[in-house]
Structure formats: structure tokens, C-alpha cells
Ligand binder design. Structure first.
Ligand code: PLP
Length: 394
């Protein structure tokens, strides 16, 4: 019913992921990049129809979220995540990352510290350092082939007087973990005991695969959950990142006031007219499309995982509990991270290099699975042929 098979190159429209091709003068029309987390799929037809209707209206003045928009967000959070959100808890920013920046300006001072858990989406670190705050790293650990939070490490860092905020990535990009209630509650208790405010980035919350359940941080027990900031957006789930619209959800009125008090200066108090129209259509009408998409993502993951298991048995492909990003450890090939990157690019494999995600990422690759299957087949076959040419022990 929906088209997840047509390959539609995004050259010449300002697509960030595709700008690599322009920079490197790559003109092979059959190539696709597998990097930045947006998708090579057209949005749900219901969203495109809503955007056309919004465009046809023809007046694009200053826009704010009205009650029907807020109701659509609340209904989605309730239906998909069992989380009862009040309409007044929501405000908009131009993205989850701008909201992280806003939170640091509202809640911390230069020199204060923020805990992050690498390997993690690179802006987690960049937001902290670019605002003159300090990073405290609590690297994830691998146990029995699965990443986990180092809760003792988290507690030791949270106890430090300069630790003010914890940037949690839930589900976690790039390692694909969907944190369990037990893990999240333990982290929440540590933060509550030490006065650390949690910013829970839940932008990947709708990409949760069988066997896992996403628990919104704000739905946990205790003060850290009551006083947390949850970053959400329809942008990942429905491929709307170019419409720069996020919903930040804060139930605590004082905390919310501290944040919204800074909105004018940091992200502006108005919202993207098209972003609102698309998000509302997504949350009201997009669910069947999302369900179909999740099947495609799982099929793509299984294909890549099986291919790697057969052709590169020494490469570890981590379980995909959440997100549409495959995370794989290529260190067994024996290449330095820079050599691995060169090898990939020379063979026209435009992946995200693991070192970009910080501590624990070197020698890994992140592969974006949200593309038509034939793009992944082509990538895997190129990888196989290149490895054969190089005579890698795999
Ligand atoms: C974990 C995570 N947070 C935030 C973002 C970006 O969010 P936004 O575009 O809303 O700033 C991404 C995009 O890849 C992401 O993976």
C-alpha cells in the first residue's frame, strides 16, 4: 500500500546527507548515502496532503500550536507509549538539539557539567562544549553482547557538585538500546538523589522493535521523573526533519517556566507553520504508515545482520532494539579508524564512522537502514567485493 521500494535520489534539494556527493563530486546516480538519521522514503501520503493543503492556504504568518495540535500530540503519546501528557506541558522548539541548548542556558552556568553516555549522537557533546559547560562521560559498557548503562559510574559522576544535567538518549543512538524500566528507574533514582536534572531525548521512541518497550522517562516514579525534560518530535518517525519542529514536554510548571522563559532568546517563540501541519497529520493519520515502515526497517536489519554473519563473521552487529540505525564493530578487520573510513569511502560506502560518536566508537560503523532494500543490497555487495579485493581476514 505504501511505497518503500522506489529509490528517489535527493540531489540538488539541499539534503544534508546527500551533500557529501556534491562535495566529493560523486556523480554515480545509483549511489545512496547511509549516514545521517533521516530516511530515503517519501513521507506518508496523509502528511503530504496536509502540507499541500497548508501551502494552498497561502498565508504563512506567525504560528503557534493550537489546542487541536496539542491534543494530537497528547493522543499519540498516550496511544503509542501509554503516557498521559497534559496539553499545557508541551512547547515547541526548532528541534530537540536546540532544546538541549536551551535547557543548558536555563538550568546551568558556564563551568557546570553535563553527564553523557558515549558512544552517543555527537551533538550531545557539542551542545555541552559549545555552551561553555563541561562534559562528564559515563561510557556505556558491553555485557554479553549488549550495551548497558554503567550505573555505578553514573552515580559517581552525579555525586560531583558540578554535575547539573544528565543528557539521556532513550532509545539510544547509535547503539540501538531501548532502556528497560529497571535501568531507567535506577538512573532516575541516582539523579534524584544528587539533584541532577534529566533531559531525556526520546526522538527515536517510535522505533521500538518486538521484545522491547519504550518507557518515557517522565512516566517513571519519583522526583527525577516529575522534574525532567522530554525531547520528542515526529521528525524521525515520519521523516520530517527538514520541517524543524520538536515538542518538548515538561510536566513540572516551575521547570517549564524556566525553560519557556528562555525560548524567545534561544529558539524563538513561534513555530514552523508547515511543521505543525505535518506533525498533526502524522500523529492523527500516520500510524498505519509507521507500522508498515517498522516492518521494512526490521526486514532491512535482518538482511544486513544475516549478510554480515555469513560474509563477515568476525564483525559484531549489535541487536536492534530501537532506532533504524545498525551499529557494528569492525575492529576485527585490523584497520585504524582513519583507514577504515578511507576504505569505506574509497568503495563508495558512505556510512557514519563510529569515532564520531565519541568514546567507545572507534572502529565501529553506523549504517542507516531507512532506505529501499536495494540500496542496502548494493552496499553489502560492495563491501563484500572490496573486502575480497583487500584479502581481509573476516
Ligand atoms: C538522538 C537524537 N537526538 C536528536 C536528533 C536531532 O534532533 P533535531 O533535529 O530535532 O534537533 C537526532 C538526529 O539524528 C538524534 O538521533
Amino acid at each position: 500500500m505504501y511505497d518503500f521500494t522506489t529509490f528517489k535520489p535527493r540531489r540538488g534539494i539541499g539534503a544534508e546527507k546527500w551533500s557529501t556527493f556534491e562535495r566529493q563530486a560523486v556523480d554515480n546516480p545509483d549511489l545512496a548515502p547511509y549516514s545521517i538519521a533521516d530516511m530515503e522514503f517519501p513521507a506518508a501520503p496523509e502528511i503530504t496532503a496536509a502540507l499541500k493543503e497548508a501551502a494552498d492556504f497561502g498565508i504563512y504568518g506567525y504560528t503557534v500550536a493550537d489546542s487541536s495540535y496539542r491534543d494530537a500530540v497528547c493522543a499519540w503519546m498516550d496511544r503509542r507509549h501509554g503516557w498521559a501528557v497534559e496539553p499545557t506541558w508541551i512547547f515547541q522548539t526548532y528541534g530537540v538539539v536546540p532544546a538541549m541548548n536551551l535547557a543548558l542556558h536555563a538550568l546551568t552556568a558556564p563551568g557546570d557539567a553535563v553527564i553523557i553516555q558515549p558512544p552517543v549522537y555527537p551533538p550531545f557533546r557539542a551542545v555541552v562544549t559549545s555552551t561553555g559547560r563541561r562534559v562528564l562521560e559515563n561510557p556505556l559498557r558491553v555485557k554479553d553482547g549488549r550495551y548497558e548503562m554503567d550505573l555505578e559510574g553514573l552515580e559517581a559522576l552525579a555525586r560531583r557538585s558540578e554535575a547539573k544535567v544528565f543528557f539521556l538518549c532513550s532509545p539510544h543512538n547509535p547503539v540501538g538500546r531501548v532502556w528497560t524500566r529497571r535501568e531507567l528507574q535506577a538512573a532516575a533514582d541516582i539523579c534524584a538523589a544528587n539533584g541532577v536534572t534529566v533531559f531525556s531525548d526520546e526522538i527515536h521512541a517510535d522505533f521500538v522493535h518486538p521484545g522491547s518497550v519504550h518507557i518515557p522517562f517522565a512516566a517513571l516514579d519519583g522526583p527525577a521523573a516529575r522534574e525532567c525534560i522530554v525531547g520528542t518530535s515526529a521528525s524521525k518517525s515520519f521523516n520530517l526533519a527538514g520541517l524543524v519542529t520538536a515538542n518538548i514536554i515538561v510536566s513540572d510548571p516551575d521547570l517549564r517556566a524556566r525553560l519557556t522563559g528562555k525560548v524567545v532568546g534561544y529558539t524563538g517563540e513561534y513555530t514552523n507553520y508547515f511543521g505543525l501541519a505535518a506533525t498533526r497529520a502524522a500523529y492523527e493519520q500516520g500510524e498505519p504508515w509507521l507500522e508498515a515502515l517498522l516492518e521494512v526497517i526490521r526486514g532491512n536489519y535482518d538482511y544486513c545482520k544475516n549478510f554480515m554473519a555469513e560474509k563477515f563473521p568476525s564483525v559484531t552487529v549489535y541487536p536492534l532494539e530501537g532506532t533504524y540505525l545498525l551499529w557494528a564493530d569492525f575492529n576485527s578487520l585490523g584497520l585504524e579508524p582513519a583507514e577504515l573510513e578511507r576504505f569505506m569511502v574509497e568503495h563508495q560506502l558512505y556510512l557514519d564512522e563510529g569515532y564520531l560518536f565519541g568514546t567507545g566508537g572507534a572502529g565501529f560503523e553506523r549504517i542507516n537502514l531507512a532506505c529501499p532494500r536495494q540500496c542496502l543490497t548494493a552496499a553489502m555487495e560492495r563491501l563484500d567485493a572490496a573486502a575480497a579485493e583487500f584479502g581481509f581476514k573476516r
